[in-house]
Design a protein around this ligand. Structure first.
Ligand SMILES: O=C(O)c1cccc(C(=O)CC[C@H]2O[C@@H](n3cnc4c(=O)[nH]cnc43)[C@H](O)[C@@H]2O)c1
Length: 260
């Protein structure tokens, strides 16, 4: 499994869950920083003796088990670093079975309150398109490809049940929403949206391009709406991410990608 987080505190929250996981979880060196990563893009070995780590930008090889990388903030950087990690692992003969985009997010109230966990049944590039006199047109409507990836449905259902998360669309945006008006526009365009974050679609594009299924799980740190930085509850969200990931591990390790 490859877990792509945006920043190091998210990576650490995931690694905390993995390193207290069951004995069956191969996590001999989880939490060990890799010295070769540029600009904070640090990979962690998910197995003891994860000697396959590459030294190239953002790449991470692995020997089975879990790798957790800091893929960067924003869809483009997250896609680039996720693609590098996937390619390195494939070239090493140990391709990943699943990619998980994980971190904190803004939640659409009242469905996704601060501290809640959300699992994406759709990963949607919410602002990839064009403003027209008739309103927003997505790149799909413009004829240029997709703005939506769907994680395996049965896996989403099992994960939601195991971690106590709600399943719904998770939007990927380039700009954190800062007004009630923008939140309402997004929710009107995407009525099933539970959360917005900034990386999921990039991670998904990288995974899908290599034929690897993708999942996105987010812990809500703040409401989507008027900017109120003081209201962000990042430590609480990171604690929820750790707790949720602990419950996620057995589900993912028992999952066969051909099940769903
Ligand atoms: O507004 C600020 O002062 C501020 C300070 C620190 C960090 C930020 C971010 O925007 C972090 C974005 C980071 O966290 C995810 N995230 C969390 N909440 C949201 C949200 O409401 N909308 C979009 N992204 C969010 C995101 O995935 C980034 O990785 C701001």
């Amino acid at each position: 499994m490859l877990v792509a987080t945006a920043v190091s505190v998210e990576r650490d929250a995931v690694v905390r869950a993995l390193s207290t996981g069951s004995d069956d979880t191969e996590l001999g060196v989880a939490g060990r920083a890799h010295p070769c990563r540029p600009s904070g893009t640090t990979a962690h070995g998910g197995t003891s003796g994860a000697a396959g780590h590459g030294g190239t930008s953002g790449a991470a090889g692995h020997g089975g088990g879990w790798d957790v990388i800091v893929a960067g903030v924003g869809a483009a950087l997250a896609a680039a670093n996720t693609a590098s990690a996937l390619t390195a692992a494939a070239l090493n003969g140990t391709p990943y079975d699943l990619v998980v985009s994980a971190g904190i997010a803004g939640g659409f109230v009242p469905d996704a309150p601060v501290g809640a966990l959300v699992v994406a049944d759709e990963i949607v590039a919410a602002d990839l398109g064009a403003e027209t006199e008739d309103g927003f047109l997505s790149v799909t409507e413009l004829g240029f490809g997709t703005v939506r990836h769907r994680p395996p449905g049965e896996l989403v259902r099992r994960v939601a049940e195991a971690v106590g998360a709600r399943a719904g669309a998770v939007l990927t945006v380039s700009t954190v929403t800062g007004t009630a008006e923008r939140a309402a526009v997004l929710r009107e365009r995407h009525p099933t949206a539970l959360a917005e974050a900034m990386e999921g679609f990039g991670v998904a594009e990288a995974a899908i391009a290599q034929g690897v299924p993708v999942l996105e799980i987010r812990a809500i740190s703040n409401p989507v709406g008027p900017r109120d930085r003081a209201a962000w509850r990042i430590p609480e969200a990171l604690a929820a991410l750790t707790e949720g990931f602990g419950k996620l591990v057995p589900v993912l390790e028992g999952w066969n990608r051909h099940d769903s």
